[in-house]
Design a protein around this ligand. Structure first.
Ligand code: GYE
Length: 362
């Protein structure tokens, strides 16, 4: 240390004896030696101890901040529609287990099929200041104002499984889900082939106003336009549930057109499984008297196909937890995401059911 500095310290503090500052630094970093200790006893010790205290404090604060950063969990609010189908149960399970696997804190709310419950849940996620909000909108419309509130709060939104009808696309970051129009087309193409282009079709529609119900119908009807002898003669909503599917099929089978029906298009497997029960109770052979095609590819559908009661299922993959949380991570890392991420899916017939059954994960 230059002598001038030493002189300066001595000028400021005339009572401080002339000692070697290099030794002081050494003391601070390695601990006192007995000789330096004796020489500095009365003056240096308070200085050393305050240096030590300062270092200790700085160290503790740094470690504290680092530990806090490492501990801070990502918090995601997820509003699920309900538990109306096997598909939905598998979807919920995929989201919960993936969040747990990644150490993400998931605030999960079940809306019991009601849009107003979903809106309430979304508002409570805003109040709780979650990092990202994800939800599976029960219907397509009516989301604009709550999405604007979320945007004002600066919370990014991911649409999971179902889309919303909004003109301002900046109200959500990305939509992860299946191409429901394509699923409808695939169901119709299969039926056209299986029926030789001739069919009097009963249709079990999903939840009115929901993206999959609207889009599956659209895709199915688009293909029917190529086949003038394929017609939908009955159509009603079974709300994506087995119980409602059964109930509506019972009314179809009691209607004046009952005898003509030789095909059923159900917007999901659960409604088809309910309809199969209704047919059996009415003495109609499902899969033979009435050809049945549905959508989802849940285990129950494969079992029904293996038993010869369901003819075809168009896959709609519910296991989107990993993709959902990849999107959450990407958003928090400030990466740009595609507006739409589609899920890969197939079409399965009765002949493939037994071989595919052991591979089904839902
Ligand atoms: O097909 C049906 C469920 O939104 C794709 O919702 C989903 C649909 C699925 O209840 O089973």
């Amino acid at each position: 240390m230059p002598g001038s500095n030493r002189a300066h310290v001595r000028a400021q503090h005339p009572d401080v004896p002339n000692f070697d500052w290099r030794s002081l630094l050494k003391v601070v970093s390695t601990g006192p030696s007995t000789t330096t200790c004796n020489r500095m006893k009365s003056y240096q010790l308070p200085i050393i101890s305050s240096f030590k205290t300062l270092f200790t404090l700085l160290f503790a604060v740094t470690i504290g901040i680092a530990a806090q950063g490492a501990d801070k969990k990502i918090v995601v609010g997820f509003s699920q529609i309900g538990a109306e189908s096997g598909w939905r149960t598998a979807n919920t399970e995929s989201i919960k287990s993936e969040a747990a696997k990644r150490g993400i804190e998931l605030k999960f709310a079940d809306a019991q099929q009601k849009q107003e419950n979903q809106i309430k849940a979304l508002r409570s996620f805003v109040a709780q200041g979650v990092d990202v909000i994800a939800f599976s909108p029960v219907v397509e419309t009516g989301w604009e104002s709550v999405l604007r509130e979320i945007k004002r709060a600066g919370i990014p939104v991911v649409l999971s499984d179902r889309a919303v009808a909004v003109t301002d696309k900046s109200l959500y970051v990305t939509f992860i889900g299946s191409d429901f129009v394509e699923e409808g087309r695939r169901a119709a193409e299969w039926l056209a082939k299986a029926s030789g282009g001739k069919a009097a079709i009963a249709e079990l529609v999903g939840t009115p106003g929901s993206a999959p119900a609207i889009d599956r119908k659209k895709g199915f009807e688009e293909v029917l336009r190529k086949y003038p002898d394929m017609k939908i003669i009955k159509s009603q909503s079974g709300d994506f549930t087995r119980a409602k599917g059964k109930e509506v099929m019972e009314t179809f089978l009691k209607s004046p057109e009952a005898k003509q029906i030789n095909a059923l298009f159900a917007h999901n497997d659960d409604m088809a499984l309910g309809a199969i029960q209704a047919m059996e109770e009415a003495g109609v052979k499902p899969g033979k008297d009435i050809l049945i095609v549905s959508i989802d590819g849940v285990r129950g559908a494969f079992e029904a196909m293996a038993a010869g009661k369901l003819n075809c299922t168009v896959e709609c993959n519910p296991l989107i937890g990993p993709q959902l949380f990849d999107a959450v991570d990407a958003i928090l890392a400030k990466k740009t995401l595609l507006k739409r991420t589609a899920v890969q899916e197939g079409v399965y017939e009765q002949s493939q059911a037994a071989a595919e059954l052991p591979n089904r994960k839902y």
